[in-house]
Design a protein around this ligand. Structure first.
Ligand code: NAI
Length: 315
């Protein structure tokens, strides 16, 4: 294997249509960058019209912001937005959308059984050449891929985007033992065409970013739990001393305390690689906040309080 950066140019992905299954926060973002930057046709799939409309409105708002910044002329901005939106089709039929797609990206709930069920359906409906990818943050790609046939497993990979997708440049492209090199190269080229910078890694818990980030967050939690420093001082220290744009507590509030806990609990309990490691021991402080419904920015309060639910400024 060569490093991701050395492989594939944006031009050679040969992908005409992708299906994005799950029109939530991540799926909407992935559909947007595929239709906008990579200019491929996108089928956005969810379980109900209401979910699809929510996804569509996320995309529309984001595109309007982008084109408003780029173009002084309102009519021109509206035309460009329409052009991108015209490449996106909404669907509640997983099978129908799969039948005409070259790449299928799954971004549904973080639940192994739900993902396996979906991929089994997709395997039966998708053309033989179609590449399957999961945007999971914390589940082993191989465990999800176990749901499909051996031939399809050779066309299976992880494609881990970051939130918010339109702004975050990184995509982790994860290979399982069976992933064929040309499949991997297609995904690298496609993500480059989406305006992203792909990095590659094996199917290891947390991939690269979360493997380093989550233990760092939990060390910050332990520092505060022991009374060694305040969360405010830890955040200031990491911003001014390490050059991080957010401190660990601000970052946990941004990611969601429930999500942070979910990832770490999964590692702690699953026996997948990190079991028994001191790095993944649960944090009573985090557990209490999550039990109290304090999930961070999205619920209006986490380690810090935010003015109004989802507000972008810290009090
Ligand atoms: P979300 O809850 O915003 O969206 C999930 C969507 O999937 C919902 O609209 C839901 O109706 C739909 N869905 C559920 N089951 C479905 C099915 N069987 N068929 C079609 N649609 C279905 O979740 P979010 O945050 O977008 O996360 C999606 C995936 O991306 C998860 O695996 C998560 O771990 C991963 N991820 C999340 C990140 C984040 O920061 N939120 C970052 C990177 C990955």
């Amino acid at each position: 294997w060569m490093p991701a950066a050395a492989l594939a140019t944006a031009a050679n992905h040969n992908v005409k249509q992708i299906s994005v299954i799950g029109a939530g926060l991540m799926g909407a973002g992935i559909a947007q960058v595929a239709a906008h930057q990579a200019a491929v046709r996108v089928q956005l799939v969810d379980t109900s019209q209401a979910h699809l409309q929510k996804g569509e409105s996320i995309i529309l708002a984001s595109l309007k912001r982008i084109f408003k910044k780029k173009s002084a002329d309102a009519a021109d901005a509206a035309r460009q937005t329409d052009e991108v939106m015209a490449r996106i089709t909404l669907s509640t039929s997983t099978e129908q959308s799969a039948a005409s797609s070259d790449v299928l990206v799954e971004a549904i709930v973080e639940n192994l059984e739900a993902k396996r069920r979906l991929f089994r359906q997709l395997d039966a409906a998708a053309p033989a050449h179609a590449i399957f990818a999961s945007n999971t943050s914390s589940l082993p790609i191989a465990d999800i891929a176990a749901a499909v046939s051996a031939t399809r497993r050779a066309q299976f990979a992880g494609l881990h985007f970051f939130n918010p997708v339109p702004q975050m440049k990184l995509v982790e492209v994860i290979r399982i033992g069976e992933t064929q090199p040309q499949v991997f190269e297609t995904l690298l080229a496609l993500t480059k065409a989406m305006g992203k910078v792909p990095v590659s890694c094996k199917d290891t818990p947390g991939f690269i970013v979360n493997r380093l980030l989550v233990p760092y967050m939990f060390e910050a939690l332990r520092l505060v739990e022991r009374g060694d420093a305040t969360k405010e001082d830890v955040d200031t220290a990491m911003k001014l001393g390490a050059g991080y744009p957010m401190g660990p507590f601000e970052l946990m509030d941004y990611v969601g305390l429930d999500t942070t806990k979910f990832i770490n609990d999964g590692w702690y309990q699953s026996g997948k690689g990190l079991q028994g490691s001191k790095l993944t021991e649960p944090s009573p402080l985090l557990d209490q906040l999550v039990a109290d419904g304090k999930f961070g920015r999205k619920s209006g309060e986490g380690f810090y309080a935010y003015g109004g639910v989802g507000a972008s400024t810290k009090k």
